[in-house]
Design a protein around this ligand. Structure first.
Ligand code: 5CA
Ligand code: ZN
Length: 409
């Protein structure tokens, strides 16, 4: 499917620094070493209740990863999916008495609008689960033929024990994995499975639900994890640089995806780094579709909030921390945007070469956006209270904030 339009990324003088980022698998910070074309896969939305602040915060984090890479004069090959068929989407469509394809299309369109307004760089390949099905079926067949998958009443399960690295992404004990599996789309209680954690690869057609031709698998629809694996392997190949998503995807989604891919190809690892954003909460609870405690990007936009202020609100928290969305967070961002705009609209100003380096360093250091904002704040404060005579400074600051933070002043 089509993505959304790209905003232009200004080229800055000099060259950015290599990204050091926290990797969930190793539990520490690693220096990424992408080739001239950095490869990133970010899990996309399941298209209903889009785009809430939690979604926006997570996509903001991975937008920063790309901006750091672009500043090192690399190209970026970015792939994202849309889970446009899955249990929660179908359940929502039934609940609201609407056609599931219409729901998915409408919400995906809204997501594109929100991403465009927030100046999130678009993926080069934006792929729906449904359009990926012809590529998913042969992968499931291969896993089955290799003895890594088995059938249970027509459904096909992946055997986690066939991957010697299984567990190495999230590093959880068995009990924790069991609990999270039950919470996040798995079925550890289903009788007849070889291991309670085994995830479904192919679900045989159910009465009243959509299904597709599955060749030797029979009609059905794909499991969640194999969807992202098929799309990532097709467009990026093994060993790509960053697999990204919110922290709720570390297990089971990214753990299972890595295992599927590693068993399929016999290669290791699936991704060089597994990067996870913290959870955004509202009123003390994780913002989630199931709880319905959501603040939508589109609602704020329609209320007249400048998308640049929404973006600054997201940037004011470190991507790895869990944080709470409040009216104050937004009010602070609106105020900061005003200060920055006043500072760059003066005809000349304080030299800004050092500021460019500070912002670069902050972002290369595990995407420390709050430190980057603080650096710009200091420049703006001195600029608004005194200023200088460097004619190029306001323009350079404006381009830096645009190129590295995605904020248009
Ligand atoms: N379609 C799958 C991924 S393949 C999915 O998880 N979709 S989603 O719509 O539920 O979430 C999209 C992204 O937003 C995921 O990376 C998820 O981790 C992230 N996300 C969801 N809720 C929050 C939240 N409250 N805070 C931060 N990120 C969130
Ligand atoms: Zn995914």
């Amino acid at each position: 499917m089509h993505a959304w339009p790209a905003s232009e990324v200004p080229a800055l003088p000099g060259k950015g620094r290599d990204l050091r980022i926290h990797d969930t698998a190793t539990g520490g910070r690693i220096t990424l070493d992408p080739g001239p074309v950095a490869r990133i896969y970010v899990c996309g939305i399941t298209p209903y209740d889009a785009t809430h602040m939690g979604h926006a915060a997570t996509y903001n984090a991975f937008d920063l990863v790309q901006r750091v890479w672009l500043d090192t004069k690399r190209q970026v090959h970015y792939v994202q999916n849309v889970t446009d068929v899955d249990d929660p989407l179908l359940e929502r469509a039934v609940r609201d008495g609407q056609d599931w394809t219409e729901l998915a299309e409408r919400e995906t369109a809204l997501f594109r609008e929100d991403m465009t307004a927030l100046r999130m760089l678009p993926p080069k390949h934006y792929i729906g689960a449904v359009e990926a099905i012809p590529g998913i079926v042969p992968l499931v067949e291969r896993l089955r033929d290799a003895g890594a998958a088995y059938e249970l009443d027509g459904d096909v399960y992946f055997s986690v024990e066939t991957d010697p690295h299984f567990g190495g992404v999230s590093n959880l004990d068995t009990e924790a994995m069991r609990l999270l599996s039950a919470e996040r789309g798995g079925d550890p209680e289903r009788p007849g499975k070889k291991n309670p954690l085994d995830p479904m690869l192919w679900m045989a057609a159910r009465e009243g639900e959509p299904s597709w031709d599955g060749a030797s698998l029979g009609p059905g629809r794909p499991g969640w994890h194999i969807e992202c694996v098929a799309i990532a392997l097709d467009h990026l190949g093994m060993g790509f640089d960053v697999q990204g998503g919110g922290s709720d995807l570390a297990f089971p989604h990214h753990e299972m995806g890595a295992s599927h891919a590693q068993v399929l190809t016999g290669e290791y690892p699936f991704a060089q780094a597994y990067v996870h954003a913290g959870m955004v909460a509202l009123d003390g609870e994780k913002m989630s579709k199931s709880k319905g405690n959501l603040v939508f990007v589109s609602k704020l936009r329609h209320d007249g909030v400048d998308p640049a202020a929404i973006r600054l609100a997201l940037l004011s928290h470190h991507y790895r921390s869990d944080w709470e969305w409040t009216d104050q967070v937004l009010a602070d961002a609106v105020e900061r945007l005003g200060r920055w705009r006043a500072a760059v609209s003066r005809p000349d100003g304080l030299p800004a070469e050092a500021l460019v380096e500070e912002v670069r360093e902050a972002l290369a250091d595990d995407l420390d956006a709050p430190a980057a904002l603080a650096a710009v704040d200091r420049w703006a404060e001195r600029q608004n209270t005194g200023g200088g005579t460097d004619e190029g400074a306001p323009g350079l600051v404006s381009r830096t904030v645009d190129a590295l933070l995605g904020v248009a002043l």
